[in-house]
Design a protein around this ligand. Structure first.
Ligand SMILES: Nc1ncnc2c1ncn2[C@@H]1O[C@H](COP(=O)(O)OP(=O)(O)OP(=O)(O)O)[C@@H](O)[C@H]1O
Length: 265
């Protein structure tokens, strides 16, 4: 399978997708397209289907009905494991237990493994690129620190550098700000804005419950409720008080200042 980093066409194309488990619709009639350079927010309450949808976008599961194309490859017609290696997936529940140095954690992005692969050695160019990403994510002074002593915010940014090392065209971020204090969250969002500026063709999909956790560079939004798309389109048009109230089934007022969103009940 060839997926060139500069490939053309949509990064994601989801058409009329249903996902059914034990007779329940976890996703119903979901359709959307993500183009290079777009930054999507995927919002919804608990159990709305966000993680289920992210599993499809990250080539981890198949739809029950409809089609999902990831980087031009239709799920069901390609080997999911191979396709997954072209998608950067940032999961804050990264299951690393050994006390690797931050830079070595980042380098495991190249082998797509949690632990380093025995006898595998990165090239000097790969190490230089890892250091460049570590610097871009504001972690240069923590490069040699070991995983257990890193703060949750530092780990989160290290995992973004790790996911970016193989130069994916698509980056999936699953609640990246969960558990971060205010300063760590702001550092993360600043890093994401910088990343998006420096990689103008990279597409991202960020899952969150909280509008405050959306970077100002968010371009599009998809609101999910009970497995269905409640609203979809340009972030500025979709993230309205009315839509977000319906999404969370709770009255909220949305405001936007300097590109960032806030919600108040
Ligand atoms: N394998 C499965 N079989 C049956 N139901 C499932 C399965 N996986 C998830 N679900 C159910 O599907 C619904 C959507 O789950 P999902 O984890 O996608 O929601 P979510 O929007 O990510 O929620 P949260 O914000 O709480 O993480 C939930 O009701 C969940 O219990």
């Amino acid at each position: 399978m060839s997926v060139h980093p500069e490939g053309t066409g949509p990064v994601l194309d989801v058409r009329d997708v249903d996902l059914v488990r034990q007779g329940n619709y976890l996703l119903r009639s979901v359709s959307f397209t993500v183009e290079p350079g777009e930054h999507w927010a995927l919002l919804g309450g608990n159990g709305a289907g966000k993680s289920t949808l992210l599993g499809l976008l990250g080539a981890r599961t198949h739809p029950t009905r409809g089609t999902v194309e990831v980087l031009g490859h239709r799920l069901g017609k390609v080997d999911l494991r191979t396709l997954r290696t072209f998608v950067g997936h940032v999961d804050p529940r990264h299951p690393l237990t050994s006390p690797l140095r931050l830079r070595d954690v980042v380098l495991t992005g190249l082998t797509n493994t949690t632990e380093p692969v025995p006898r595998w050695q990165p090239t000097p160019e790969q190490v230089a690129r890892a250091d460049e990403l570590i610097g871009m994510l504001g972690l240069a002074t923590r490069r040699d620190a070991r995983w257990p002593v890193l703060s949750q915010g530092e780990r989160g940014r290290a995992l973004i550098a790790r996911a970016l090392l193989p130069r994916p065209r698509l980056l999936l971020l699953d609640e990246p700000a969960t558990g971060l204090d205010l300063a760590a969250r702001e550092q993360l969002l600043t890093s994401l804005d910088a990343l998006r500026r420096e990689h103008p063709r990279l597409a991202t999909v960020l899952v969150t419950h909280h509008l405050e956790e959306l970077p100002a560079s968010t371009s599009h939004a998809l609101l999910l409720r009970e497995g269905r798309v409640l609203a979809i389109g340009a972030a500025g048009e979709v993230l309205t008080s009315d839509n977000v109230t319906k999404t969370f089934d709770h009255p909220v007022r949305i405001s936007r200042e300097d590109g960032r969103w806030a919600a108040r009940a």
